[in-house]
Design a protein around this ligand. Structure first.
Ligand code: MLT
Length: 271
């Protein structure tokens, strides 16, 4: 197995940078890190320069003082990514791909820095913000994780992240995701939960996002179900919608072949 180097940027984000070609940036979900994209990094770096950061607090990227208590806004994660891209690609516009929480960050990035993006890939994410109940659940979870640690987070999230078939039959994949979650610092979980709880609803902005867009979702996604992603694709002027069979929320990990093929096809269509 090839081990690829994780680098640290001046802005403090750890990232993988692999391949040459148009820059493609992969933003991971919660409470995960850039390794959720390993299969996409390997497949897409044959034609793109793939940049996959660990968002602040996740993987090998440190938190800043006070982040856990304060919470990190999706716009702050987006500003971190902008600073990383300033360093790596200057103002060259990127193909920006966000999975779930990475998608929440993507919305803020493209709305605030539209000239820095040439195309979008939305994987298993939402445009709506939280209901009052969901918001309260997140704030409670942010408190609880600081006492109970990430074990209960892994136990609660695994059944939602993976399809029933994956959970029942793909032990290695379940363990990979479980290990990724348990490696996350409680402070990073608290910071992200507080930030996600106050993220904006961007459904009103979708019509103004006229970039070529790929919307991709696991057919059995229980967190951002296909119906919600169909609505996102319908509201975006240039979106292509793909439903991935044999996959739950973590479609890029559960059915990487379909996700990689669709992303390669999409990237090729941009030339
Ligand atoms: C994720 O996969 O990033 C999370 O499920 C997002 C969320 O908690 O809304």
């Amino acid at each position: 197995m090839t081990k690829l180097k994780i680098q640290h940027s001046q802005v403090g984000l750890a990232y993988r940078d692999q391949g040459t070609g148009p820059p493609l940036v992969l933003l991971h979900g919660f409470p995960l890190d850039h390794t959720m994209w390993n299969s996409q990094i390997n497949a897409l770096s044959t034609t793109c320069r793939v940049i996959a950061p660990d968002l602040r607090g996740f993987g090998n990227s440190p938190l800043s003082k006070g982040d856990a208590e304060r919470g990190i806004d999706m716009a702050e994660y987006a500003a971190d990514v902008l600073a990383l891209l300033d360093e790596l690609v200057g103002d060259d516009p990127v193909i920006l791909c966000g999975f779930s929480m990475g998608g929440y960050v993507l919305w803020q990035f493209v709305l605030q820095y539209p000239t820095r993006v040439r195309a979008l890939v939305l994987s298993d994410t939402k445009a709506a913000n939280d209901s009052d109940d969901a918001r309260q659940t997140r704030l409670d979870a942010a408190k609880a994780v600081m006492c109970a640690g990430v074990g209960p987070v892994a136990e609660a999230m695994l059944p939602k992240l993976l399809s029933p078939t994956t959970l029942a039959h793909r032990r290695e994949l379940v363990e990979q995701v479980d290990t990724m979650i348990r490696a996350t610092a409680p402070e990073a979980v608290a910071a992200a939960q507080r930030g996600m709880a106050r993220r904006p609803d961007v459904r009103e902005n979708l019509a103004e996002l006229t970039l070529p867009t790929l919307v991709i979702v696991g057919a059995e996604d229980a967190i951002s179900p296909p119906a919600e992603m169909v609505a996102i694709a319908a509201a975006m002027p240039r979106a292509r919608y793909i439903e991935v069979s044999q996959a739950g929320h973590l479609a890029p990990l559960e059915n990487p072949k379909v996700v990689n093929d669709e992303m390669l096809f999409f990237v090729a269509s941009l030339k």
